[in-house]
Structure formats: structure tokens, C-alpha cells
Write a protein that binds this ligand. Structure first.
Ligand code: SF4
Length: 65
């Protein structure tokens, strides 16, 4: 299990994460990331890792759950 973590103070609303993993990340009306799933299964590691890599603000990361 992988925990999806986000720092809203760092998020700049680029939406790269939403493009990389639309099932996991969304953007709210204030332009801040919303994590749709607090945890994901191991088979999603590639997708969420790509989202983390794509974030220019380093606002999202993964934690082992
Ligand atoms: S890519 Fe990073 S800065 Fe952009 S919306 Fe996602 S978390 Fe926020």
C-alpha cells in the first residue's frame, strides 16, 4: 500500500499531476491539488511515481503505508 501525500502550501496548480494520474489527483476551485485516494495499491506505483516526478513544485510525494 502506498500513501499519497500533498503539501497544499507548495502546490502551484500546474495540474501536471492530474494529467499523469487523473484517477488519483484533481484540482479544486482554488487551484490546489485534491487527492482523490488517500492510499493506492502497489500496481499503481508507476502511475503515481510519474505524477510525483512531473510536479514542478515538489508538492506531492509517496509514503509507504
Ligand atoms: S503538479 Fe504539483 S503543483 Fe501542480 S497541481 Fe499537482 S501538486 Fe500542485
Amino acid at each position: 500500500m502506498i500513501r499519497i501525500a500533498a503539501d497544499l502550501d507548495k502546490c502551484e496548480g500546474y495540474a501536471n499531476c492530474v494529467i499523469a494520474a487523473p484517477d488519483i489527483y484533481d484540482i479544486d476551485d482554488d487551484g490546489k491539488v485534491v487527492v482523490s485516494h488517500a492510499t493506492v495499491d502497489e500496481d499503481q506505483r508507476g502511475t503515481v511515481s510519474e505524477a510525483v516526478r512531473s510536479c514542478p513544485a515538489s508538492a506531492i510525494w509517496l509514503e509507504e503505508a
